[in-house]
Design a protein around this ligand. Structure first.
Ligand code: SAH
Length: 506
């Protein structure tokens, strides 16, 4: 049998998508087929080409997992037809991941393979909880064990009596929360000191990570009291005591805070990243989406008028404007006659990504400040192009027209309502969020439409509500939202900093 393909057994790291390897990313981008488990973060799949076939082979709730033989059969079958087959595994493929079984089976069939290591959950849990696995003069060895064995099994493969007596050792235990009680009993009955320091790390390296420091003896009680669900790693040994000082992840300003972000789905990444980097559990709840709108007249003809100024007031405006330009096979040289004004930092940054530096940015990022300062910088007979979306009210356009300026609008995108999927809906209703963020009036309007007025108001009034600026805040007030915290400077960065300041005070 001849195979055209190669199988890559790839470690996808411990859960946080930022912790994959460069090689893993490279392979994801050129995958023809991807077989993935539950523990390999689904978010990684967005790097795959649209044409890639994605096959879930993990265990779904209430269902049996795809048997190992079946996985191997799929790999063999795909290797006959495709070039790059990725077998994505949580953590590292050779640590409790059955990667070696798959590699041996591939070898048997004569299929070419490569192994790409990943950060295993135990290493991730160690770094992110502040529990070093070795420490000079204290711990000289570390053992990775799995205790998935059932307590009924008479002959254990684990030599508990040896493990319990090891000195200067850190034990890294991979297993579900239910077998922990039995493991602790075994270790203590074989002579390990009940007051040995230990730590449970749940959802290691992810924003939802929780960690619980305890003595070995108290571990089972903590699991019950704190309702700890898998996946967990338990680290047992003297260095667990370091975690109260080395717990850098837990000390992030927004650690453990559930924050609902309501921006447009294609626009939320800078805010999401900022919150994520500061430790928040971000729930992206996009209630709007934007779409390119082709104007009646070509951009080439519009720009032939040689506008003196072009005004952009959002990242979307810039992005869609350039998309249109490129569609007509044009580039930024078409703007060489014009000066560029933009409303804020994010828009200016987006312009820079397209190679343009804004000539005018107001001192404060609201439409009214923009207009007041902008008219000081221009001549009465300047010809101005206002790039915009399909919003009904456009303060910038209206005020400039009122004041007699020569301004023409061009609509390059439209904002549409987006109905989020059902699981997200339930998540928002059932898991109480610590904060809701609104970055435009359209997200507010659609949030109330999507949930209905009563439900939306209840959700918001029971949480904290942050608005990017006065226009968004006033829209929230119109819906009777009681307390609104407004960003000090009207930008994504400003909003992020306001949130951090707020939560560090309470
Ligand atoms: N090959 C994987 C391990 C697979 S065994 C690796 O190298 O990490 C599955 C066990 O890994 C789970 O029962 C749990 O103990 C552990 N695990 C995986 N991801 C985890 C995470 N993010 N947090 C805590 N434990 C995790």
């Amino acid at each position: 049998m001849s195979f055209i393909g190669k199988v890559y057994l790839v470690g996808a790291g411990p859960g946080n998508p930022d912790l994959i390897t460069v090689r893993c990313l490279e392979l994801l981008k050129q995958a023809d087929v991807v077989l993935y488990d539950r523990l390999a973060n689904d978010e990684l799949l967005k790097f795959c080409p649209d044409s890639a076939e994605l096959i879930f082979v993990g265990k779904e709730p209430d269902k049996h997992p795809v048997p190992q033989e079946e996985i191997i059969k799929i790999l063999i079958d795909k290797a006959k037809k495709f070039k790059n087959i990725l077998r994505l595994k949580g953590g590292d493929p050779y640590i409790f991941g059955r990667g070696s079984e798959e590699a041996l089976a591939l070898l048997n069939e004569g299929i070419d393979f490569e192994i790409i290591p990943g950060i295993t959950a135990g290493i991730g849990a160690s770094a992110y909880s502040g529990t070093p696995l070795t420490h000079r003069n204290l711990v000289t060895q570390s053992l990775f064990i799995t205790a998935h064995e059932s307590p009924e099994k008479n002959e254990s493969q684990i030599q508990w009596e040896l493990l319990a007596k090891l000195k200067n050792t850190t034990l890294v235990v991979y297993m579900g929360a239910s077998t922990l009680k039995w493991t602790v009993e075994k270790l203590i009955s074989q002579g390990m000191k009940p007051d040995t320091p230990a730590i449970i790390v749940q959802n290691a390296t992810m924003s939802s990570q929780r960690q619980f420091y305890s003595s070995l003896f108290n571990l089972p009680e903590i699991v019950e009291k704190e309702n700890i669900k898998p996946p967990i790693i338990t680290i047992i040994g003297e260095t667990a005591a370091f975690s109260d000082r080395l717990n850098w992840f837990q000390r992030k300003p927004l650690y453990g805070k559930k924050i609902v972000c309501t921006r447009a789905e294609d626009q939320s990444s800078s805010l999401t990243n900022f919150l994520d980097q500061n430790g928040a559990i971000v729930i992206n709840f996009s209630v709007i989406k934007t779409r390119l709108k082709t104007p009646e007249q070509s951009l080439k003809r519009t720009l032939a008028k040689n506008y003196d100024w072009i005004i952009f007031s959002s990242e979307n405006g810039v992005r869609y404007f350039f998309q249109l330009l490129y569609c007509e096979n044009l580039d930024s040289r078409q703007l060489s006659h014009s000066k560029i004004a933009c409303i804020g930092k994010e828009t200016a940054k987006m312009l820079k990504d397209f190679g343009l530096i804004a000539d005018f940015i107001p001192s404060s990022f609201t439409s009214s400040v923009f207009v007041n300062e902008f008219i000081e910088s221009i001549k009465m007979d300047d010809l101005i192009l206002r790039v915009k979306g399909n919003f009904q009210k456009d303060l910038i356009l209206e005020t400039l027209l009122e004041k007699g300026f020569n301004v023409e609008p061009i609509q390059v995108y439209s904002i549409e309502k987006k109905i989020p999927d059902n699981t997200l809906f339930k998540k928002i209703i059932n898991d109480k969020a610590d904060a809701y963020l609104f970055t435009s009036s359209s997200t507010v309007n659609n949030f109330f439409q999507v949930f209905g007025n009563d439900q939306a108001l209840k959700l918001l009034n029971e949480s904290r509500v942050f608005a990017i600026g006065p226009v968004t805040r006033d829209t929230l007030y119109r819906y009777n939202v009681k307390e609104i915290i407004m960003s000090e400077t009207y930008s994504i960065e400003g909003l992020g900093n306001t949130i951090i300041q707020y939560f560090s005070k309470i």
